[in-house]
Design a protein around this ligand. Structure first.
Ligand code: IVH
Length: 693
């Protein structure tokens, strides 16, 4: 690298342009795709070099210099668009057993014995899913998947894609949402990268990143210059029924003018899946686009409807992924990362290697025991693999390539960030820092979690900015975010009046927050997005939740029993919540936040069956003959009920099947309403008919 004071004007200008492109690309990878492609040190080095050159050549500072731009700016350039029906993700299968198990689950749920399950099989293209809305056959708008409930309005960019029909042919419903995958073919990806390289711009790591980066351009003219393709494959909201099987639906899509993947196939029975999977895996490299597996969807739409969803995944579809791709490289170093709950996670720093089209520089080493079990040493040659979107892993150490001077790795006994003792409770594999809120690494991780997309989702405040603000002493706790002022930020590198105003506006807009997001944002161990939602749904509002959690601190309390009997919670999560609320500092922090915010009560999705079972607590007992237990439970939940496993005086309804035992007796003792299976069916059908299409 040439020293800054030795650069000519022309060299400085050229380097600034290159730095701007690299920083912008790294920002996109980090903020928009949550997939940083540079280490923090590499990123900081780019920014420092940029700042140094700008300081020496002030006349070369451009209006859109990275030093004047906020990291997340490109992502916030789009308006949010809410999907009428949420966009889901898929459960994964990696082996034939996983697929067989999936089919067994489906059969159990539906109470089916030997009837073959017909599937639509579709190659799974690794692009990005989008939702297109048509009214009276006219394309109205389109959005990225986003968090599943709302995405970014990329309508103008979608209009530049030839595969997105502006007008549907034939008779389409008055209003319909169509979902599909936007992707780039291998040929278009290579051509784009060649052009980017020739222009001195950053090249994309893989077709998926190229498609995402191209679709999410602020200027539609840039998108128009990229060659993007679309295959349609799913349905969102529709004002009328358009087909009775998924396969027939795909044919309708073609009639309307969509491109549908010609390699999709209708399988008469699940026994045909393995052969299809093998054929696709074998033909994979010859396809014009990258695929990472096959999506299998139950063909019969009435069965799909009965199967419904768990969390964000349909019970009627599964993505069967191809085996992981592997490569060999050298382990250069082992770094310890501290998670938000204090877990010490060892990370392998690798000599950069191409694994199935993606450059890998880091891989997880899981934990202390894993390192010891494989006797992984710095300097070793290792086999790394990536499967789908999971973090790359080290599979084996090639012992015959071990350097003579390699020494066994000594796992730290103390937290490398704060020096506190790291402990490992008996029976656990994870070593944790005991520093709690005094450990800066933990505090930073918690803050980053707090502002992350599924939590407070504050535009312009990503992990990088959290780090910067913590270093500057502006942030110590989540509450500090809501105390930030323009004066605090002004004068900091990269922050102008506009970006400060944008950030403060984004923070202000999050003073109102749904209860589920609030709970998730607290970063309590084991409380993920889905669990936070369950809690919000069960308790309804912040005050009740808080009071119940305080009570649930006591093991054996009614509140603790209620908590652990919520479907999907269980004793381990209940214990975690109990521990969290037993810590006075946590309670103080929660209350301080609640005081500064307005936390919205839980509102269920579209409120189906309102009045029927909404908010009611239902318990099933005994054997049901006309529907399986999981289906009965899912149905009750769809009607707004909470299904618990044990009967208490708070239970509203007990559904008694054949051979019911103690629960039925207890219900009678407590005077809880008891109904038979027939009565339950009648009730459920009455409730269901009120569900909007
Ligand atoms: S169906 C409920 N079909 O895979 C159905 N997804 O892992 C949800 N994908 O977000 C999606 N090809 O981006 C579906 N034929 C296909 C697909 C497909 C690729 C992607 C899509 C989705 C992700 C879920």
């Amino acid at each position: 690298m040439i020293a800054v004071d030795k650069l000519t004007d022309a060299e400085a200008a050229a380097e600034l342009a290159r730095l701007a492109a690299e920083i912008a690309a790294a920002d996109r990878a980090y903020y928009e795709r949550d997939a940083p492609d540079l280490t923090d040190a590499e990123y900081d080095a780019l920014r420092q070099r940029n700042a140094a050159i700008e300081a020496a050549f002030p006349l070369l500072v451009t209006a859109d210099s990275p030093s004047r731009r906020l990291g997340a700016a490109p992502a916030s350039g789009f308006a949010k668009l809410r999907h009428a029906v949420p966009m889901l993700s898929l459960d994964n299968a990696f082996a034939p057993e996983d697929f067989i198990e999936f089919c067994e689950r489906v059969r159990r749920f539906l109470g089916l014995k030997d009837t073959p399950l017909a599937f639509a099989a579709e190659p799974k293209i690794d692009g990005l899913s989008i939702n297109l809305t048509y009214e009276n056959g006219v394309f109205i708008h389109g959005a990225t998947r986003g968090d599943g409930s709302e995405g970014e309005d990329v309508t103008a960019n979608l209009r530049t894609i030839a595969d997105v029909p502006q007008q549907l042919r034939g008779d389409a419903p008055a209003r319909i949402e169509i979902r599909g995958e936007v992707f780039m073919t291998k040929a278009d990806f290579l051509a784009l990268n060649a052009a980017q390289e020739a222009a001195g711009q950053k090249v994309f790591a893989n077709p998926r990143n190229a498609a995402a980066g191209s679709l999410r351009q602020i200027d539609p003219a840039v998108t128009a210059g990229r060659r993007l393709s679309l295959f349609a494959y799913a349905m969102g909201q529709a004002s009328e029924r358009v087909a009775s099987t998924h396969w027939a639906y795909l044919q309708r899509l073609k009639e309307w003018g969509f491109a549908v993947n010609g390699r999709n196939q209708l399988l008469a029975s699940e026994t045909d899946a393995a052969a299809f999977q093998a054929a696709m895996a074998a033909g994979r490299s010859a396809l014009p686009y990258d695929i990472d597996g096959v999506v299998y969807k139950i063909d019969d739409l009435s069965l799909q409807e009965r199967l419904g969803y768990v969390g964000r995944e349909p019970r009627w579809a599964i993505a069967w992924k191809f085996p992981a791709e592997q490569a060999t490289t050298v382990l250069q170093d082992i770094e310890i990362q501290i998670g938000r709950t204090g877990a010490l996670t060892p990370v392998a720093i690798l000599q950069s290697v191409n694994v199935g089209g993606v450059l890998v520089t880091r891989a997880t080493l899981h934990n202390e025991d894993e390192i010891a079990r494989k006797d992984t040493r710095i300097g070793d040659t290792v086999v790394v693999q990536r499967a789908g979107d999971v973090i790359p892993q080290i599979v084996t150490v090639l012992l015959d390539k071990r350097p003579a001077d390699a020494v066994a790795y000594a796992f730290p006994t103390h937290c490398p960030a704060c020096g506190s003792l790291a402990v490992r409770p008996p029976g656990e594999v994870v070593k944790r820092c005991t520093g709690g809120l005094t450990c800066p690494a933990q505090v930073e991780e918690r803050l980053a979690h707090f502002v992350s997309r599924a939590a407070f989702d504050i535009d312009g405040l990503g992990a990088k900015t959290v780090h910067e603000f913590m270093q500057a002493g502006l942030l110590h706790s989540p509450l500090d975010i809501f105390k930030l002022t323009a004066a605090d930020i002004a004068g900091r590198e990269g922050w102008g009046d506009t970006s400060i105003a944008n950030l403060l506006r984004a923070i202000e807009s999050r003073r109102r927050i749904p209860l589920a997001r609030f709970i998730f944002a607290l970063g309590i161990r084991r409380i993920g997005e889905a669990t936070a939602k369950l809690l919000a749904k069960h308790y309804g509002n912040f005050a009740i939740w808080r009071a119940q959690m305080r009570e649930a601190v006591a093991i054996g309390s009614q509140a603790r029993i209620d908590l652990s009997s919520i479907t999907g919670i269980g004793p381990a999560i209940a214990e975690e919540l109990g521990e969290f609320f037993a810590e006075p500092r946590n309670l103080t922090a929660v209350d301080a936040l609640a005081g500064a915010l307005s936390i919205d009560d839980y509102v269920g999705a579209a409120g189906p069956g309102e009045g029927q079972l909404a908010g009611k607590i239902v318990v099933f007992t005994g054997t049901l003959t006309t529907m399986s237990r999981p289906e009965a439970k899912a149905l009750a939940e769809r009607l707004g009920a909470k299904v618990l496993d044990s009967v208490s005086k708070r239970t509203d309804l007990v559904v008694v099947g054949a051979d019911a035992g103690s629960k039925a007796r207890k219900a009678a003792e407590l005077g809880v309403k008891v109904v038979s299976e027939d009565e339950w069916r009648a009730l459920a059908e009455a409730g269901q008919s009120t569900i909007a299409p």
